[in-house]
Design a protein around this ligand. Structure first.
Ligand code: ATP
Length: 295
């Protein structure tokens, strides 16, 4: 039996670093939302083993693939159920469309999709709460992809509060072609350079949670831009050039390197996308015309 699923990317509309835990992990305050850019995943239930293949050369195919780790965790958790489910075989093929190491959470999304698909396949033996716990063991962004809908994330990203829908907003993305190692960006982060804006953002999120129609363009921000830009100055220059061409703020998602600009209308977004494609015709950059996903 074969099942196909799409595995969406996310962006961080804002991302503030609020502290550091004793174990070294950074605490965040972020507004995250899925977008319509997605990987395709194909699940074939056969054999006795977990196998993962991927069409992207930079993504490992064996046990280090997050999709493989998610399936292994699912089946090992099944052994502890009152009525254990024996491990069965699954072949997972991933067709990558989400840039790898681009701050769009591709690997975490793939892991969450595996947990969801396997849980459905075996008659939902785990509650959402149990899946969220499993997901956090795989990566800080995995719970978000299990959760659904735009969310305010705190902790290391695992404490999630659903926000009302953010409306239909289009996005132009640019991946500058620089895969960024997340850990390096966090290590490089300098608490002394933290901007004071984070203290006013609380009021923005309170407004969001109360369903007041706020303009999300007013709260776009990413505290990690400084460290990513220091490590990879080309991300900064791409952002500046995009802002000049698109005549609007451009923000980095997650730890980078993908940059995005928001548009309220499709036509303007399309024009912006075409303008960027023309500007970097022969370069290593990738562009996407996409939209926020509320569901
Ligand atoms: P994060 O910020 O969560 O690290 P990201 O969006 O910046 O994620 P990903 O595309 O998730 O980056 O890839 C991060 C790393 O994870 C890459 O080095 C990649 O090789 C590895 N990886 C393992 N499994 C996957 C997968 N299924 N899809 C993408 N990358 C994967």
């Amino acid at each position: 039996m074969i099942q196909n699923r799409s595995s969406p990317a996310k962006i961080n509309l804002f991302l503030h670093i609020t502290g550091r835990r004793a174990d070294g992990f950074h605490e965040l305050f972020s507004l995250m939302t899925k977008i319509s850019l997605a990987d395709d995943m194909e699940f074939t239930f056969q054999g006795r083993d977990i196998q993962v293949t991927c069409d992207h050369p930079d993504v490992p195919e064996g046990k280090t693939n997050l999709a493989h780790q998610a399936a292994a965790l699912f089946f090992s958790s099944c052994e502890n159920l009152a009525q254990p489910i024996p491990m069965a075989g699954v072949l997972i093929h991933i067709r990558k469309h989400i840039p790898v190491g681009g701050g769009l959470g591709g690997g975490s999304s793939n892991a969450a999709t595996v947990l969801k698909v396997l849980n459905e396949r075996y008659g939902r033996p785990f509650s959402l709460e149990a899946l969220l716990k499993m997901g956090l063991g795989l990566g800080a962004d995995v719970p978000f992809f299990l959760f659904g809908g735009p969310a305010l994330a705190t902790g290391v990203g695992e404490k999630l509060i659903r926000t009302p829908d953010l409306g239909l907003t289009y996005l132009v993305l640019c991946n500058p072609g620089i895969p960024v190692p997340t850990v390096r960006v966090f290590t490089e982060y300098d608490f002394c350079l933290t901007t004071p804006e984070k203290y006013t953002i609380k009021s923005v999120s309170d407004a969001l949670l109360q369903g007041e129609g706020i303009d999300i363009r007013q709260c776009l921000h990413n505290d990690l831009e400084g460290s990513s830009f220091r490590l990879y100055p080309e991300i900064r220059s791409t952002k500046e050039e995009m802002e000049r061409l698109l005549q609007r703020p451009v923000t980095m998602s997650g730890s980078g390197s993908t940059l995005f600009a928001l548009f309220s209308g499709w036509e303007n977004a399309k024009q912006g996308y075409e303008c960027l494609c023309r500007r970097w015709l022969d370069k290593d950059k990738r562009f996407f015309l996409t939209a926020l996903q509320n569901g």
